[in-house]
Write a protein that binds this ligand. Structure first.
Ligand code: ZN
Length: 148
C-alpha cells in the first residue's frame, strides 16, 4: 500500500522533481505503481495539474484517487531541444496529452509507447502502462482496443 512509503522516501526517489504538498501523493502513487489524481470529494471533479482546491466548486475537500488508466490521445508534440546542456537528446522526445476517460478535459501529460510515431492519431484509445527510465517507474500509455 502506498501509505507505507514515507515523505522522505518520495523526496529521495524523485530528488530531481519539485515535490510539494499538492503533488506528493501523486508521486507516492507512482512509486507504488498507481496513477493517482486529485479528486474533489464535494462535487466529484478530477483536478490536474495537482491543486489543493477544486476549481469547480472551490472546495478544499480534495484527495487523490486512482484513475482507470483508460483514455484517448488528445495531442502530442516532439521536443527537439534538451533542457540539460550536458545531456543532449539523441532523438526527439514525445510528449503527449492523454485525455483520461474519467472526465472530459482531464488531460494527463505523459507519452505513448509501443506505437510507431506515424501511427499516432488524435483520439486514438490508449491505456496505462509503466515504463522504466533512469531507474524509476513512470506512467505511459499504449494503444488500446476501441472498447472505452
Ligand atoms: Zn469540487
Amino acid at each position: 500500500m502506498s501509505a507505507a512509503i514515507s515523505d522522505e522516501e518520495v523526496f529521495a526517489h524523485f530528488h530531481d522533481v519539485h515535490i510539494d504538498r499538492d503533488n506528493i501523493a501523486h508521486y507516492r502513487g507512482l512509486m507504488a505503481g498507481r496513477l493517482l489524481i486529485n479528486h474533489c470529494r464535494d462535487c466529484g471533479r478530477w483536478i490536474y495539474p495537482h491543486r489543493p482546491m477544486c476549481p469547480a466548486c472551490l472546495s478544499w475537500n480534495v484527495a487523490p484517487d486512482e484513475v482507470s488508466g483508460r483514455g484517448r490521445l488528445y495531442m502530442y508534440t516532439l521536443l527537439e531541444q534538451s533542457r540539460d546542456p550536458d545531456a543532449p537528446l539523441l532523438r526527439p522526445m514525445q510528449v503527449a496529452a492523454i485525455e483520461l476517460c474519467e472526465q472530459p478535459g482531464l488531460r494527463y501529460l505523459s507519452q505513448v509507447v509501443d506505437c510507431p510515431e506515424a501511427a499516432l492519431r488524435h483520439d486514438m484509445p490508449v491505456e496505462l502502462t509503466w515504463i522504466s527510465r533512469g531507474g524509476r517507474r513512470w506512467p505511459a500509455f499504449r494503444p488500446a482496443d476501441e472498447t472505452l
